[in-house]
Design a protein around this ligand. Structure first.
Ligand SMILES: Cc1cc2nc3c(=O)[nH]c(=O)nc-3n(C[C@H](O)[C@H](O)[C@H](O)COP(=O)(O)OP(=O)(O)OC[C@H]3O[C@@H](n4cnc5c(N)ncnc54)[C@H](O)[C@@H]3O)c2cc1C
Length: 376
């Protein structure tokens, strides 16, 4: 065997594994079917701007081990995620906080804002009770019961319908478990202790993790499976688990998003914020991302991406796993098979059919690597 480990996929999971295993003296080969490293966190430099090719990525965590780990490769800037919502040309801050309530109702004190929300919630819950409904039956009933009609109709309903391609009354209530309402003037989306964007982009972070490890790009494991199986003792597989088992039990489903990315030459600042959500139903896209603002860019040009939510069809880019019974049961069958493969370790968002934030996938890879290196 030429390698101790073949790592299929150079996304965060594969890159962390490669770093840890190489550090433990293992010979690794990393392959990726794409023409670049980094998986979905890949950033491409366009006119000096780091463009988040597969969607806006903001690093946030309260896990000190993970924060120290990523900071050992690159420095992070002070970017704080504070998206805004555009509803028919009017701007509201997110997450829902005192700035949002001031824009919506002109209220200035937490007491007034709370009273407004409580009044709308109580009216709606009473209305449901009159209809004999005591448990929200769908996403619409759930959301209005939590935050009242104004917030729901301005900031939730049409945006959620665009995301899911379905009416809010046809979506299950469990999709929205909580709708945090902040009674402070705080536009920071995350509550985590640490947050930022790697200076130089995520590609720089992945490059540092991969170090001197041998990498082959545009190399699809399935294009030459026998060969790849023959060159390493063990395999770390971060691709789609159903594909690994030739869809034996059927296809796992996903939700997908597509991006239309444009370079606007001579436009220094298009929208004044990295992320603007369009919460009305007429605008076909869900968000516009202006990439330079993730790094406080001062370039003369800008790059923007319109983001569209799309139904996933086989062959589309798989983004978000579907959290329903059918897919959950199907994944369990594949997981049981995966456990029987003693040469192969399945990890990451596609191989575990799980939505992971970046800090979570890193923590998971560090745990898996610790286990492997502790055993041999
Ligand atoms: C739109 C979007 C926005 C997100 N925003 C955030 C955010 O703001 N903050 C956050 O913390 N997280 C965010 N995430 C989550 C983040 O993208 C994931 O946590 C991370 O990418 C998971 O890394 P991974 O290595 O598991 O998977 P991936 O990044 O998908 O890497 C898997 C790699 O394996 C390769 N591969 C697959 N099959 C094969 C094969 N057969 N042969 C060779 N190579 C193969 C792929 O090409 C890919 O490079 C977001 C996710 C999405 C979809």
């Amino acid at each position: 065997m030429r390698y101790d480990y073949l790592i299929v996929g150079s996304g965060l999971f594969g890159a962390v594994m490669s770093y840890c295993l190489s550090k433990a003296g293992k010979r690794c080969l990393v392959i990726d079917k794409r023409a670049h490293i980094g998986g979905n966190v890949y950033t491409e430099n366009v006119n000096g701007i780091n463009v988040h090719k597969y969607g806006a990525h903001i690093f946030h965590t309260s896990d000190k081990r993970v924060w120290n780990f990523v900071n050992s490769f690159v420095e992070f800037n002070r970017y704080t995620n504070s998206p805004v919502a555009n509803y028919h040309g009017k701007i509201y801050n997110l997450p829902f906080n005192m700035n949002t309530f001031y824009a919506m109702w002109g209220v200035v004190s937490p007491k007034e804002a709370q009273a407004k929300i409580e009044e709308q919630r109580a009216d709606y819950i009473a209305e449901l009770h009159r209809q004999g409904v005591f448990e929200p039956r769908n996403l619409e009933e759930q959301a209005i019961s939590l935050v009242g009609k104004d917030i729901y109709y301005t900031l939730i309903k049409e945006y959620t319908e665009k995301q899911w391609g379905r009416n809010a009354t046809d979506l299950p209530a469990f999709i929205i478990k909580r709708l945090p309402v902040r009674l402070t003037y705080d536009n920071n989306y995350f509550n985590d202790l640490y947050q930022g964007i790697p200076i130089g982009g995520y590609t720089a972070l992945i490059e540092k993790m991969l170090g001197d490890t041998e990498i082959r790009l545009e190399a699809d494991y399935f294009a030459d499976r026998d060969y790849f199986d023959s060159i390493a003792d063990r395999i770390i597989f971060t691709g789609e688990i159903d594909r690994y088992f030739d869809y034996r039990f059927g296809h796992l489903e996903y939700r997908t998003v597509t991006f239309e990315t444009k370079l606007l030459e001579g436009v220094a600042n298009y929208q004044g914020n990295a992320v603007v959500n369009y919460t009305d139903g007429e605008t076909p896209y869900t968000r516009i991302i202006e990439h330079k603002h993730f790094e406080f860019g001062t370039q003369p040009d800008t790059v923007i991406s319109h983001e569209y939510s799309k139904e996933w069809h086989h062959g589309d880019e798989p983004y978000y796993p579907i959290n329903d019974k059918r897919n959950g049961e199907l994944y369990e069958k594949y997981r049981a098979l995966a456990e029987q493969q003693d040469r192969v370790i399945f990890g990451g968002r596609l191989a575990e059919y799980k939505y992971y934030d970046m800090h979570q996938v890193i923590a998971r890879a560090l745990d898996v690597a610790d286990k492997i290196t502790a055993n041999n």
